[in-house]
Design a protein around this ligand. Structure first.
Ligand SMILES: O=C(O)CCC(=O)C(=O)O
Ligand SMILES: [Fe+2]
Length: 333
């Protein structure tokens, strides 16, 4: 039996426990014996589940793959998606390693400026906090769900992961803004392709992108294919195209009408009522639904701290608006 408890300080998400089950291997067996339990719980909890005490995954990484398979028909094999080899787990290629430890070379985001809020807390709300995104929205069809495991987290107070609830944020928008964004599409692009807000602010010329790297349109209001609920679906900074976008059909660029609207929507989306900050303990697993939540990494002191997190991405149920589409991110040769 799976039980759910509210997450402290959040209006969405849940902590999930299988009664009288301890350890990663027993949990995976219990979850496989009731294969709808975790996916149903994720839906009931609005797209965010926290499980703890799964340290056993570190020694048996395929347990993370087995859990991921419960959430959809396809767990991404990162060897087949143009992913840098040094961020792929050497034994289980469905695991993407988010780490500053060799052979990975990923670095944390910069500290917000100023580093704390006026009240001395962790900055969460955009634009004080930057880097809010939903995984791989630069692809059509985009993925459904990510599983994120703390193999070696940063010490408490650093390297948290922040989540924001797109369903509640959409529902709380004023009616005029809902009407304005009803049919709007965002232009999402892979970070690092030279189309970011920062590149645009630095006056860099617009780079050409190869066909499989081109920005992809995504609905700003996305209907969840399982719950049927509408949710805000958008990113900021490096995962939107700030040259031709961020929104299709509106004045583009950093000074345009689209930029102003994105700032307004993102500030609304990330206010305290819709956010949760996860402080990691080794063995934690957070399961999040990219179709209705956004998230952001926070700074940690990578000169002194070694952090390694494992992520899988599950795809296969993006919703009818993507039906029959070829994968935008696979080169045609
Ligand atoms: O490092 C983190 O806390 C988040 C990383 C992230 O956004 C991801 O792996 O999708
Ligand atoms: Fe992410």
């Amino acid at each position: 039996m799976l039980t759910l408890q509210p997450l402290p300080g959040a209006t969405f998400g849940a902590r999930a426990r299988f009664e009288s089950v301890t350890g990663a291997s027993a949990l995976v067996e219990a979850a496989e014996a009731a294969p709808e339990a975790l996916p149903d719980a994720l839906l009931e909890a609005g797209g965010l589940l926290v499980l703890t005490g799964l340290d056993g995954i570190s020694g048996e990484p395929e347990l993370l793959l087995r859990l991921s398979r419960l959430f959809g028909p396809e767990v991404e094999d990162y060897r087949r998606t143009l992913t840098d080899w040094n961020n792929i787990h050497p034994e289980v290629p469905e695991i993407y390693v988010v780490s500053n430890m060799p052979p990975s070379t990923l670095t944390p985001p910069p500290r917000p400026d100023p580093p704390l809020t006026a009240e001395g807390g962790l900055p969460i709300q955009f634009p004080h906090r930057r880097g809010w995104h939903t995984d791989q929205s630069f692809r059509r069809p985009p993925p459904d769900i990510s599983l994120f495991y703390a193999e070696r987290p940063a010490p408490r107070g650093q390297g948290q992961t922040l989540y924001a609830d797109g369903t509640a944020a959409y529902a709380a928008l004023p009616d005029d803004l809902k009407a304005r964004i009803r049919d709007l599409e965002g232009l999402h692009v892979m970070p690092g392709k030279g189309r970011s807000e920062y590149a645009a602010r630095d006056g860099e010329p617009m780079p050409d992108l190869r066909p499989h790297e081109r920005p992809q349109r995504q609905p700003v209001v996305r209907r969840h294919p399982v719950s049927g609920k509408p949710a805000l679906y958008l990113c900021e900074a490096g995962q939107m195209d700030w040259y031709e976008g961020p929104f299709a059909g509106m004045a583009p660029g950093i000074e345009g009408e689209a930029a102003e609207l994105l700032y307004r929507l993102m500030t609304h989306f990330t206010q305290p009522a819709f956010t949760y900050a996860h402080e990691w303990t080794r063995g934690d697993l957070v399961i999040y639904d990219n179709r209705c939540l956004i998230h952001a990494a926070t700074w940690y002191d990578s000169e002194r701290v070694q952090r390694a997190m494992w992520r899988t991405t599950v795809r296969g149920n993006p919703g009818p608006e993507y039906a029959g589409e070829a994968r935008s991110w696979i080169p045609a040769d």
